[in-house]
Write a protein that binds this ligand. Structure first.
Ligand code: SF4
Length: 197
């Protein structure tokens, strides 16, 4: 069974800065200490909603989130903020991080364009292997997200992926982050609490 402490060690060996917290509230407090008086964007992530991240960060930063602001404007502005926050749809114990996206904004911002990228990942996303993390992203995270968005896709009814050809298909691109990207500082915030989808 995968362990957070081992995952932390493996991520650090790959060059990520890593923080480990027991609760989402502690992770949110830490992010508010780290991100202060700057521009920050949040990707589409249930985790941020659950820990009240936008509201707290917006008190002392120029914060951008398309879940709370005009989506077209916010998505554009989010491309050039100093910091970017996202989560993961799955992470393997060896420190490989998996995300699936529809619009592509989240994947693009994880890859490039920000000075610092934070990935906030609850223990429910932790898997033994990369194959398990991809399976989780496709069969747990994506169907849950499709359901929350009231998509007309088979996964909404059967809670597993059918690799559908629906026009409503959510899953368009998948990012497997093997190592931190070369152009930005990347920090993984592991949380020993179930967060997000
Ligand atoms: S590919 Fe289609 S069926 Fe599979 S999770 Fe994505 S939206 Fe659902």
């Amino acid at each position: 069974m995968a362990e957070l402490t081992k995952t932390k060690e493996n991520l650090e060996n790959k060059g990520y800065k890593v923080s480990l917290f027991e609760t989402g509230a502690e992770a949110a407090a830490y992010l508010n200490e780290q991100i202060d008086g700057t521009t920050v964007a949040i990707g589409g992530m249930k985790t941020a909603e659950e820990i009240g991240l936008f509201d707290s960060l917006a008190k002392h930063n120029d914060a951008v989130w398309h879940w709370r602001q005009d989506p077209a404007e916010a998505l554009k502005k989010a491309m050039s903020t100093d910091c970017y926050i996202a989560s993961a749809n799955g992470i393997s114990e060896d420190g490989t991080i998996v995300n699936i996206d529809h619009t592509g904004n989240r994947l693009a911002s994880i890859l490039y364009g920000h000075n610092k990228v934070y990935l906030v990942i609850g223990v429910n996303k932790l898997c033994d292997t990369l194959e398990d993390a991809i399976w989780r992203a496709r069969n747990i995270a994506a169907p849950k997200r499709a359901k929350s968005m009231e998509r007309k896709t088979p996964c909404v009814y059967k809670e597993k992926c059918f690799d559908c050809k629906s026009p409503d298909r959510l899953c368009r691109g998948m990012l497997v982050l093997m190592y931190p990207m070369g152009s930005s500082e990347m920090e993984v915030i592991l949380v020993n609490e179930e967060l997000g989808m």
